[in-house]
Design a protein around this ligand. Structure first.
Ligand SMILES: CC(C)(COP(=O)(O)OP(=O)(O)OC[C@H]1O[C@@H](n2cnc3c(N)ncnc32)[C@H](O)[C@@H]1OP(=O)(O)O)[C@@H](O)C(=O)NCCC(=O)NCCS
Length: 151
C-alpha cells in the first residue's frame, strides 16, 4: 500500500533527512526544530525520536518520552510535526494512532500525555478528537497545555 503510515527509528541513514523536514513560517514557533530534538535525544535516554513514513517517503517527525522507572511508568509525546508539503493528507492522524499503539505495547503504561501551546487551535481540536482530555489548568509557565489519553 503506497500510503501506509509507519514509525521508524531515526538512524545514521535518515537523520539528515529528518533535519530537512519543514514547517510553514507561521508553524515554526509551535514546535522545537528537529535538529534540537535529535540533539536532545542523544542526552536524554528516555527520549524516543521517531521518523514518520508514508510508504517510502519520510513525511514527519515525532518524539516521546518513556519514563520506565516512574511508578507507574509514564509516556509523554512532546514533539510532533508533519512536513508542510505533506500536511492535510491524514498522515498526522495515522502517525499519532501508530504512536499510541506503539506505546500501548509498553508494559505498565496506563496513559499518554501530550503537550502543545495554548494558542494552537489545530492541535487542540485534533488531539481531542483522538480522545485526549485536557487538564484543568490553563497552560503552564511556557504556555503549554497538557492533555491525557487513558489506555
Ligand atoms: C498538527 C499536525 C501534526 C497535523 O498533521 P497533518 O498530517 O496535517 O494532519 P491530518 O491531515 O492527519 O489532519 C488531522 C486533523 O487536523 C486538522 N488540520 C490539519 N491541519 C489543519 C489546518 N492547517 N487547519 C485546520 N485544521 C487542520 C484536520 O482537519 C484533521 O482533522 P480531521 O481528520 O477531523 O479532518 C501538522 O499540522 C503540523 O505539523 N503542525 C505544526 C506543528 C504542530 O502544531 N505540532 C503539534 C504540536 S507539538
Amino acid at each position: 500500500m503506497p500510503d501506509q503510515v509507519r514509525l521508524q527509528d531515526v538512524t545514521a541513514d535518515n537523520w539528515r533527512a529528518v533535519t530537512r523536514l519543514e514547517l510553514t513560517e507561521e508553524q515554526k514557533r509551535l514546535v522545537a526544530n528537529n535538529v534540537y530534538s535529535l540533539a536532545q535525544s542523544k542526552f536524554e535516554p528516555q527520549a524516543r525520536p521517531r521518523a514518520i513514513y508514508a510508504g517510502g517517503t519520510l513525511v514527519g517527525f515525532m518524539m516521546y518520552d518513556l519514563e520506565l522507572d516512574d511508578t507507574p511508568p509514564q509516556a509523554a509525546i512532546y514533539r510532533f510535526m508533519i512536513d508542510k508539503a505533506h500536511q492535510g493528507k491524514g498522515y498526522g492522524r495515522k502517525s499519532l494512532a501508530c504512536a499510541i499503539e506503539e506505546i500501548r505495547q509498553v508494559p505498565g503504561i496506563k496513559s499518554i500525555s501530550i503537550s502543545y501551546l495554548r494558542d494552537n487551535p489545530v492541535a487542540k481540536k485534533f488531539y481531542a478528537s483522538l480522545g485526549f482530555v485536557e487538564g484543568k489548568d490553563d497552560g503552564d509557565k511556557w504556555g503549554e497545555i497538557h492533555a491525557e489519553l487513558a489506555l
